[in-house]
Design a protein around this ligand. Structure first.
Ligand code: TRP
Ligand code: ZN
Length: 466
């Protein structure tokens, strides 16, 4: 699912007249002019991530995983709509060996080069038509190792595996249009040996178990709201699960007993944070919530949609507040381009300041003043375009991002700032945005010209004047 513009372009393409030379069928004549879809979507930080020529509507991911051997057998079926006349198209995929690829139920030829899986169907795909791609694969998935960003994707653990794929780790475990622009709904079917627990995004069907066969149980989980590929998650292993209700939706938290100490308050704090955030940011955007504490060794938590993952357990309340704030900022209101990552991290970090301010901690102003005084290196960085290797730089993106929002709040006043946050989450619910969209909303809400303000805070490598 792409933003509206692209879907409209697809519709326009369908209605082009077909002119076929006499004697040839319209289908053949048209197929000759079909072209390959592009291998990327032009993201400046991840040029290979995502692919051109189609729009994914749904991923159906079937996994059979054995924790002891970390062996995976999988079939992912993608339902997509062509947005151009395609002779072939790419997927992003860096997972284990492929055994079969089918398009619309017919064998397709394929070739792997780098992270690209190039699929050539028997018949071209006409713009506007819906098609399915089924990819079967087997082996032991490995995480993506990035020099600057560390480990991401499928992480094998002592007792199973858990997935954390930001920014481009989805391709480690399923073939994807791995770009945050193309959100889709997801279904997970996960078979594991009897006694092993499975969690994923969304809600479990039939209390989590849909079948038992030959010593394996199958769980089915459904994410029925649009989701970026990097937010897709399964967690397999030994987990203590707690269930409840908050803000009108089920809450499901789980932790590996190995991280029990740091997960003691996971369930209670999750519910408290979602409750408070729904008041400040607007209605909770998904149909369930929760969290997962597991031992991954990646050194960060991730806001996997509806159910964040905390490496080593959450440890402190503010980490939970942060990951759950991403449900509004990052997950529901998603990115179109990775350089705008401050729209995720600056907002989730500022949520921590607001939470402290409203729960007997220091005021956001006090926190701001503490950092503003510093002669820190974050004044030398550009929060609105930090560069690929610094995209998760705590100073440049998290801290200066939060400071930008606080400075904006002071400039336009609480009466404009807080309703504006709700307008942002409402107008772009389940969509994607750019920094420009936010600047325009801030200007529209306040009636002020804010270009100089955002230039100074986001795009200038110097300490902004107050
Ligand atoms: N988005 C995560 C968070 O804020 C952090 C994160 C995801 C990260 N992937 C990463 C940090 C890779 C460093 C490297 O909570
Ligand atoms: Zn974050």
């Amino acid at each position: 699912m792409f933003p509206r513009l692209i879907s409209l372009a697809a519709l326009a393409a369908v209605s082009l007249p077909l002119i076929a030379p006499a004697g040839a069928s319209a289908a053949t004549a048209r197929t000759e002019t079909f072209k390959p879809g592009s291998a990327g979507l032009g993201d400046p930080y991840f040029p290979h991530a995502g692919n051109g020529g189609y729009d994914v509507g749904h991923y159906d991911i079937k996994l059979r995983f054995t924790p002891k051997s970390h062996h995976l057998t999988a079939t992912t079926t993608i339902t997509a709509t062509a947005t151009a006349d395609l002779s072939r198209f790419n997927l992003d995929y860096s997972g284990p060996k492929i055994t079969k690829v089918e398009v619309n139920g017919t064998r397709a030829s394929y070739r792997r080069t780098g992270q690209e899986l190039v699929v050539t169907p028997r018949h071209g795909l006409a713009s506007g038509s819906q098609f399915t791609v089924e990819v079967s694969y087997a082996g032991t998935p490995k995480p993506i190792k990035d020099k600057a960003l560390g480990l991401e994707g499928w992480i094998n653990t002592k007792d199973g595996a858990t997935v954390v794929s930001e920014p481009d780790g989805a391709r480690s475990w399923f073939p994807a249009n791995d770009n945050p622009q193309d959100k889709a709904t997801f279904t997970f079917h996960v078979s594991v040996p009897v006694g092993v627990t499975v969690l994923a995004n969304g809600e479990p069907k039939n209390a989590g178990i849909v079948g038992v066969r030959h010593g394996y149980t199958t769980s089915k989980w459904e994410m029925s709201h649009p989701m970026a590929t990097y937010l897709a998650m399964v967690a397999i292993g030994k987990f203590k699960v707690t269930e409840g209700m908050v803000a009108g939706v089920p809450s499901i938290t789980a932790y590996d007993p190995a991280v029990a100490k740091k997960s003691k308050y996971l369930h209670r704090t999750t519910e408290k944070a979602v409750q408070w955030e729904s008041k400040v940011f607007g209605p909770y955007p998904f149909s369930s919530t929760g969290g997962i504490g597991d031992k991954l060794g990646v050194g960060y938590a991730l806001e996997t949609q509806g159910r964040p993952v905390y490496d080593g357990g959450p440890g402190e309340d503010l980490e939970i507040v942060h990951e759950l704030a991403h449900q509004w900022f990052g997950d529901s209101v998603g990115l179109r381009s990775w350089k705008d990552i401050w729209l995720n991290e600056g907002f989730a970090s500022y949520a921590e300041w607001l939470y402290e301010e409203q729960h007997g901690g220091p005021s956001a102003q006090k926190t701001f003043d503490k950092y503003y005084k510093q002669k820190a290196h974050f004044w030398d960085l550009k929060t609105g375009n930090p560069g690929r290797k610094d995209m998760f730089d705590w100073n440049a993106v998290y801290l200066r991002g939060a400071m930008t929002l606080h400075a904006l709040r002071v400039k336009i006043g609480d009466d404009v700032f807080f309703p504006m946050l709700k307008t942002w989450t409402e107008e772009h619910r389940h969509g994607t945005v750019t920094t420009r969209d936010f600047v325009e909303l801030a200007e529209r809400s306040s009636g002020q010209d804010l270009d100089p303000f955002f230039d100074a805070w986001l795009y200038t490598a110097a300490k902004p004047k107050l």
